[in-house]
Design a protein around this ligand. Sequence first.
Ligand SMILES: *Cc1c(COP(=O)(O)O)cnc(C)c1O
Length: 429
Amino acid sequence: MSQELRPETLCVQAGWTPKKGEPRVLPIYQSTTFKYETSEQMAKLFDLEESGFFYTRLQNPTNEAVAAKIAALEGGVAAILTSSGQAASFYAVLNICEAGDHIVSSTSIYGGTYNLFAVTFPKMGIQVSFVDQEASEEEIKAAIRPNTKAIFAETVSNPTLCVLDIKKFADIAHSSGVPLIVDNTFTTPINCRPFEFGADIVTHSTTKYMDGHATAVGGVIVDSGNFDWEAHSDKFPGLTEPDPSYHGLAYTKAFGKGAYITKATVQLMRDLGSIQSPQNAFLLNLGLETLHLRVPRHCENAQKVAEFLQSQDDVAWINYPGLPGDKYYDLAQKQFRDGQSCGVVTFGIKGGRERAIKFMDSLKLAAIVTHVADSRTCVLHPASHTHRQLTDEQLIEAGVRPDLIRFSVGTEAAEDIIADLQQALEAIR
Ligand SMILES: *Cc1c(COP(=O)(O)O)cnc(C)c1O
């Protein structure tokens, strides 16, 4: 489907275009395998000489349709679904890095990604340098080494709500001959399309707004097709030089702009196997069909909640990029559609950790769950929950204050969410 269509239309229709007599709704291809008539036909698929489905670990029609929808929404050339957002971040990097390589990451990232980069990658021989994303171009460039293969950051960070200056990061990456990978989970392509600001690869935890209903854990990697791997073939031999596991095929030569996603599919998925189930891809697609309706509603409600919290004496501080006084207000206006970022608001309650916990326990409509970006309003205390494994020092380094409350505003009536906050604030007085 043409990328000229508007995001609202892509959310509803992209990816699945049935022909005469086929189901109007994307079917769940609940099949591990696909039938062929001759041995020769199957052999061509295994040699990547022809494209087609043969085994769901590599490709499945349901997954492919949903990946195509997300690629269209992001304005990319191709995408691959993964079993989780963590798998998406892992594969996005591993597709271009191996033992002995290095990446640069912003410190303002999701706790799970931080663990992957700070603890697990070094065990695999991939080193990661963390940089403050507010640092100057010179300071960030100083972290780049000859073996650096990518720069990684989040459009709007979970949970610290730092807004990335995507163009600044893209320029730094490109001047060093490496791609910029951006986790666009919080903004979704409804509010921001990082490729328009120079990012090369986008990842998502589809578990969040894309699914939107807290039904299925999932992830996706999207390639813009813009990074010129051949021009930097010394750094990316895995893409530009013959792959012995495919009789010496070279991805960039065989697949052009499709090289990165094809390699992730036929090599990483083949060998590591973190696929999304077709059932979950179907649920994700249902979520995507209303993404354009839900995201603006989340943001509208979050704006009202942020303004309410800002007016409360018990609230020590608040972050929301939609508040005119917020550090990231101008950048959000510049990069995001109508200046809208996401439905998540973070704040601190006067009196620190203990009072924060009492406040959370007093909420009735907002549930304490390990989740964000759900239709149902939910709340979490990262220092006690998601970031529990980090030391206080690491917490501060990641910009997560010990009193930080992450409040994920749902799509209910804003008045009811605010009334719940009000009664919880009264309960701790
Ligand atoms: C949740 C999240 C992830 C990890 O995704 P899972 O689907 O939970 O594996 C990665 N990045 C961001 C920004 C997230 O919010």
